[in-house]
Design a protein around this ligand. Structure first.
Ligand SMILES: Nc1ncnc2c1ncn2[C@@H]1O[C@H](COP(=O)(O)OP(=O)(O)OP(=O)(O)O)[C@@H](O)[C@H]1O
Length: 310
């Protein structure tokens, strides 16, 4: 285990920001912490980094107690904070160099690692520029370059794609997977379920400081009972078609929206081909079929009754 958190509690006066959290993360994972704004993700991360004191529980990182071995542990962690941690009056190169020196790198190794981090984040051509000339996405990438240049064993990224352009977002997500392939374990927090779904092997969903679900994305989705929903666009519709479909085995509901049929079947009905046969039999052409799949957003909605982005 690279991280073991037992019964962690953190209060801010009357706000219970971390409520008895247990979290175990294995080496080699891209681990997702998913939850809406205010769920407690940043507080949890700040306690892992020793930046916020906690009230109860224990944290072990790399098999060592955080309180007893804070300095050694922190040397092996790279943090990409939610609020940018870069200096506006230093160039991109100098920013990375500054962090490298903090991690004890000097001479040729320092130079090598700065160049590597600049290339890795696609900032080599902008190395002599000040971050104030950068877009939000480039600043985020520089933030990442500063966090990874010492080859940390564990990289923690706190909402690294908030408010940036799609191209930088894509680059950041790809770089997370590359860093993982190069040997780092990653903890990735986000309130964007699509991102967590795309890159994380295991996911914990947090809400109001509590863990409400955890597992692989498949396990999480299997938790929600999800009916099969089909949207079928047809050439024409008539009363007999809708009534005929309603009478089919396993079909719970059939309704019409213009020339679109919405058909809800029981879980695991697997009756797509039968439905299509029935429509064709009625002499109606099919122009499109869309099958709605369960999502992590749906899992959150089912568990809490709220949307992730409320
Ligand atoms: N320094 C603080 N003092 C008082 N309350 C705080 C402090 N920091 C966070 N909180 C509260 O603790 C709870 C958890 O906040 P936290 O920032 O950890 O959530 P989050 O999931 O990271 O959300 P976001 O993505 O918006 O940062 C919230 O209710 C927040 O208002």
């Amino acid at each position: 285990m690279i991280l073991k958190i037992n019964n962690l509690v953190k209060r801010y006066n009357e706000v219970l920001a971390v409520d008895n959290v247990n979290l175990f993360i294995k080496e080699g994972e891209v681990y997702g912490l998913l939850g809406p704004n205010g769920a407690g993700k940043t507080t949890l991360i700040n306690t892992i980094l020793g930046l916020t004191r906690y009230d109860d529980g224990s944290i072990e990182i790399f098999g060592k107690d955080l309180k007893k071995h804070e300095y050694e542990i922190k040397k092996e962690i790279g943090i990409v904070p939610q609020d940018l941690a870069i200096y506006e009056d230093l160039t991109a190169y100098e920013n990375i160099a500054y962090f490298g020196r903090l991690y004890g790198l000097r001479g040729n190794l320092l130079k090598e690692r700065i160049e590597e981090a600049l290339s890795f984040t696609g900032l080599w051509d902008r190395r002599k520029d000040l971050p104030k000339k950068f877009s939000g996405g480039m600043k985020r990438r520089l933030n990442i370059a500063c966090a990874i240049m010492h080859h940390p064993k564990l990289i923690i990224m706190d909402e690294p794609t908030v408010g940036i352009d799609p191209q930088s977002r894509k680059m950041i997500l790809e770089s997370v997977l590359k860093l993982n392939q190069m040997g780092s374990t990653i903890i990735y927090t986000s309130h964007y379920m699509e991102e967590v779904e795309a890159i994380c092997s295991n996911i914990t969903i947090v809400d109001h400081g509590k863990i409400i679900a955890r597992g692989t994305k498949e396990e999480l989705k299997a938790m929600i009972s999800f009916e099969e929903r089909l949207n079928i666009e047809v050439s024409s519709v008539n009363y007999n078609l809708v009534e005929g479909l309603k009478k089919m085995e396993d079909v719970k509901e059939c309704s019409l929206d213009g020339k679109k049929l919405l058909i809800i079947s029981k879980k695991n009905a697997n009756n797509l081909s039968k439905i299509i046969d029935e429509i064709v039999k009625m002499g109606v052409e099919i122009h499109g079929v869309n099958i709605e799949k369960p999502t992590l957003e749906g899992v959150f909605l089912t568990l809490t009754g709220r949307s992730l982005r409320d």
